[in-house]
Design a binder for this molecule. Structure first.
Ligand code: MN
Ligand code: MN
Length: 291
């Protein structure tokens, strides 16, 4: 519990720092490295690469090695980061709109949905009822939730530990919250169709097997630093670029597709990680206090 609370404070400060330093024309690579460096300087480790997803990109974009992408002047930007202490992970995200104010309503929709989710979270509530609250707020704001993205239970060294928190009343998410459960809740709102699809590129990977005939040396380097948590190739300059595709084919690595909105809609997201407590839930990154 102490590690979780500390990881949450690191994520809170790192998000605040990211909102402080981000500016139009900034290289996304520089932003990712600054955020991850900040997390390390605060005594934690990145639980996954900083995700900087712009406009219709909903999730899973981090800077590639030598990435030249820059923050646009007019854009809606999701900053989704994680830190862990000894495997105790906190996952949280904010969205900002740069340039015109055209996307403020969209930003507000997912913010208000996360706030509502926090208000209804307590022991005994079913996961789908949180989804019902989330969809209600987003629809009332004039947008759609992303139906095929969800929040998720978190365990030690396991970012997506099975049970989900949907962004609509999906009755298959029937589990009731219990005291001590740790859940990331992440409403996504869009002015598009409400679904994400694979965008055709991969910037984030995860080890799924720790034994490899051909690649044992590289697998050990990755496991040593990231365990089974997601990582970016730019973290390992000593590993050659052709390793990743071959290791995926061999079933050693899983690659996370960059996810884009199916209708080309723009997307906003807010996320926090909560511990379920008697009578409510404790927000570990205090994301709602950042805006
Ligand atoms: Mn996240
Ligand atoms: Mn998450």
């Amino acid at each position: 519990m102490r590690e979780l609370i500390e990881a949450g404070e690191v994520v809170h400060r790192a998000l605040k720092y990211a909102l402080d330093v981000i500016h139009p024309d900034m290289p996304v690579l520089e932003l990712c490295e600054k955020i991850e460096g900040f997390i390390i300087a605060q005594g934690a480790k990145p639980a996954f690469p900083a995700n900087i997803s712009i406009n219709n990109v909903a999730a899973h974009y981090t800077a590639k090695k030598g990435d030249e992408l820059r923050i646009p002047r007019n854009a809606i930007i999701k900053i989704d980061i994680g830190a862990h202490k000894d495997g105790y992970i906190v996952d949280a995200a904010v969205t900002i709109s740069l340039g015109s104010n055209a996307y403020d309503g969209l930003v507000r929709a997912s913010y208000s949905a996360l706030k509502k989710a926090f208000e209804v979270m307590r022991p005994g509530i079913k996961a789908w009822q949180i989804g019902e609250a989330i969809e209600g707020v987003i629809r009332a704001s004039g947008y759609r939730p992303i139906y095929n993205l969800t929040g998720h239970r978190i365990e030690r060294y396991n970012l997506h530990a099975g049970e989900v928190i949907p962004n609509y009343p999906d009755k298959s998410a029937s589990q009731a919250l219990k005291v001590g459960d740790v859940y990331a809740v992440e409403p996504f709102a869009t002015n598009g169709r409400g679904y994400v699809v694979d965008g055709g590129s991969i910037t984030i990977y995860r080890l799924v097997r720790v034994k490899s005939k051909k690649y044992q040396k590289y697998v050990e380097i990755i496991y040593e630093y990231s365990n089974n948590l997601p990582f970016a190739p730019r973290w390992f300059p000593q590993i050659p670029d052709d390793f990743y595709e071959e290791a995926m084919a061999e079933g050693v690595l899983y690659g996370y597709e960059v996810l884009v909105e199916e209708g080309g809609g723009f997307v906003s997201q807010f996320e926090d990680t909560f511990v379920v407590e008697e009578g409510g839930a404790r927000p570990l990154a205090r994301t709602l206090e950042l805006l």
